[in-house]
Design a protein around this ligand. Structure first.
Ligand code: WT7
Length: 646
């Protein structure tokens, strides 16, 4: 297989950034970091321009991250109002429904009105600056309106993905003390209906939720029966009498914009907090350069707004750039496996940004569903969420892109706010499987486990040695946890939790998490979360969860379960446990395999040896490594004999 793909000569002549420009801008951004961001901060419209640029310390005693701290702006103004003089009639959002017969274009002028109306509706329900608002929404334009409406009045949104259970939704409402939940009667994906409002109803009954939650605002999408409570309000009713203009609130650059919960290796999900100025600047600048956005482009990111990718690259980045962003309600395989490419043809998409798991699933269906479409409009392809294996990369490049479009393999995290390591289409020679080089202002380094920096060709813990404007500011309500999670392992750097190698060209290759975090179809899942869901079941005494290689999902969830004394193993109990995890966390956490484990391999001090469990799950038990610290070796023999992946 070809391992290096130079920049296409014809591409380089039309690009926003060729290699020389990349190298010189990158050098400036590192040598004079503050001046660089001081200059590029001007791509936003400021109500009060900043004088201060960067104020950062990664020290435990004084951990703080501030960018443009004395500047003032409004994020929704930057995403909408400032484009009106030249782009009022340009399409801001193309919405493509789950049903291929449904789509609509929303112009910047319409977006301005819809967001204004939404913002005034929030005010009418008593939402004020600084309040937290939870969104539990399908991929409909109202999800974007609601996010931008919060930004307009200075409320902090927390979007919870619709695939999370009522239990998980309730936890997140409580954690950030949300006053309001915005939802829809239902969501539709692949012609299947998801009872979002019904899930919210269940969440409101969870202990503690009503201590904070005052109202639920419901978007009506269909003639769909829902239960109704005193705290419920229909959006179309409350919004009827409000004005469509809402004055944007004056926000400090460091005022919070949103909270987004993500999984870690221990404990409950953390509320990653992003603020206004630095986040928007970073989302918008990465969006423009990484996707080589040109005037008139139609840009499509397939992510759900429930994830950071949906925040930065469906809503905030593209709209801050005055672009046209496509929002898709459905799934890649409905009504058939050509859907993605039919959408590209229907809306003449120029840039398509999706996830390896979707690419692998479509690749399995063969080339025909792709080849039945034109795809001539495509110019740049993107990948995000997990390492893309070279086979999938090649298929995406050759079959989908007909070798015309570079693939930007973008590495980043919920915590980083925007893309950190990625090719630039007109600048970077591609290597399948490598996220290649850092974005402007990003200084990655590889450390060994003792914290020594490794030079040249090396493999180690990926850290970022200085701050950047899109960096998360804290774990909501738990600044101490912010420190322990990201700054304690290695001093004075941001620890990503990923391992990486660097090759002879200085390219980075992400090798995956170094902690107990799984990546299932590009969704982050803590093994500890799944374990605590399992042990909460009365029949379960102990559980250990690991990932194993999965063709489509990247990683699958493999659980070892020890039952309480006297409980019998059965198929019924097995499916009960699967459903139990789905209701505790949500369908995205569904265990792929559950193996009954009379005992778990432990050290003499009682620590579960996950390394061994990972090997057994991956069917690599012939190579278990050092087992000398095992307390009871016979436990392992039993697990190997009964392993589920053979
Ligand atoms: C983790 C972050 C960034 C938005 C989507 C996921 C993995 C992400 C890549 C990539 C290899 C990747 C990392 C990272 N990851 N993109 N291009 N190549 N790995 O955001 O849920 O915060 O997960 O996803 O392991 O740490 P997230």
């Amino acid at each position: 297989m070809k391992t290096r793909y130079p920049v296409h000569p014809e591409f380089a002549t039309h690009t926003l950034c060729d290699n020389d420009k990349y190298l010189s801008m990158y050098q400036q951004s590192i040598e004079n970091n503050e001046a660089f961001w001081g200059l590029h901060g001007k791509r936003l419209d400021w109500i009060k321009p900043y004088i201060q640029i960067k104020d950062v310390s990664f020290d435990q005693q004084d951990l703080h991250i501030k960018w443009f701290a004395d500047g003032q702006l409004n994020v929704s103004y930057n995403c909408i109002d400032r484009h009106l003089p030249t782009k009022a009639d340009q399409t801001a959002i193309i919405w493509e429904g789950d049903n291929p017969a449904e789509s609509k274009n929303i112009s910047y002028a319409e977006l301005h009105q819809e967001v204004g109306r939404f913002a005034n509706t929030l005010k009418k329900l008593g939402v004020i600056k600084g309040d937290r608002v939870t969104l539990y929404m399908p991929m409909i334009p109202e999800a974007a309106y609601a996010m931008l409406a919060c930004a307009r009045i200075g409320a902090i949104h927390s979007v919870v993905f619709g695939g999370f259970s009522p239990e998980a939704l309730g936890d997140r409402i409580i954690n950030c003390k949300s006053k309001l939940v915005i939802t829809a009667d239902r969501g539709v994906r692949g012609a299947k209906s998801i009872g979002l409002k019904a899930n919210v109803d269940k969440a409101t009954k969870k202990a503690g939720v009503k201590d904070y939650l005052e109202s639920v605002l419901v978007i009506k999408t269909a003639d769909h029966e829902v239960d109704w409570y005193d705290h419920d309000h229909w959006y179309h009713e409350v919004s009827q009498s409000v004005d469509t203009f809402c004055e944007p609130a004056i926000m400090n650059a460091e005022d919070p914009l949103f909270i987004l919960y993500t999984s870690g290796s221990t404990g409950q999900p953390k509320g990653v907090l992003h603020t206004s100025g630095g986040y928007l600047l970073y989302a918008s600048m990465t969006h423009e350069y990484v996707f080589d956005i040109q005037p008139g482009d139609v840009y499509w990111c397939t992510a759900d707004v429930g994830w950071i990718t949906g925040h930065s690259y469906v809503v905030y980045g593209p709209l801050a750039n005055g672009g046209t962003t496509l929002m898709f309600e459905g799934v890649p395989n409905y009504p058939d496996h050509s859907r993605f490419w039919q959408i590209c043809d229907k809306h003449q998409v120029n840039i398509c940004y999706t996830a390896p798991t979707a690419i692998r699933a479509l690749m399995k269906e063969g080339d025909e569903p792709v080849k039945s479409t034109s795809r001539k409009s495509l110019r740049v392809l993107g990948s995000v969420g997990e390492p893309i294996n070279p086979e999938a990369w090649k298929w995406y490049y050759e079959v989908v892109g007909e070798a015309r479009s570079p693939i930007v393999d973008t590495w980043w995290q919920t915590e980083t706010g925007g893309i950190m390591i990625s090719p630039l289409p007109g600048a970077t020679a591609l290597k399948p499987g490598s996220a290649t080089r850092p974005f402007f202002g990003i200084k990655p380094a590889l450390l060994d486990n003792e914290g020594n920096e490794l030079n040249g060709v090396a493999s180690g813990n990926l850290v970022i040695t200085d701050s950047w404007p899109g960096q998360m500011r804290t774990v909501y309500g738990d600044h101490a946890r912010f420190y322990t999670t990201y700054f304690a392992a290695f001093k004075n750097v941001y620890t990503t939790g990923d391992g990486a190698k660097r090759d002879e060209d200085g390219y980075y290759w992400i090798t995956g998490r170094t902690d107990d975090v799984l990546n299932v179809s590009g969704h982050r899942m803590g093994t500890a979360e799944v374990e605590s869901a399992l042990v909460a079941h009365p029949a379960v005494a102990e559980a250990a969860v690991v990932g194993y290689p999965h063709d489509i999902k990247g990683q699958g969830i493999y659980a070892y379960v020890t039952l309480v004394n006297g409980m019998a193993e059965s198929e019924t109990l097995l499916s009960e446990l699967v459903n139990w995890v789905r209701s505790e966390i949500g369908p995205i956490a569904t265990p792929d395999k559950i193996q009954w484990a009379p005992g778990l391999p432990k050290t003499r001090s009682g620590k579960i040896m996950r390394r061994i469990l990972r090997k057994i799950a991956a069917n690599e038990h012939k190579n278990l490594g050092d087992t000398s610290t095992l307390a009871e070796p016979e436990v392992v023999v039993n697990l190997i004999n009964n392993r589920l992946n053979k």
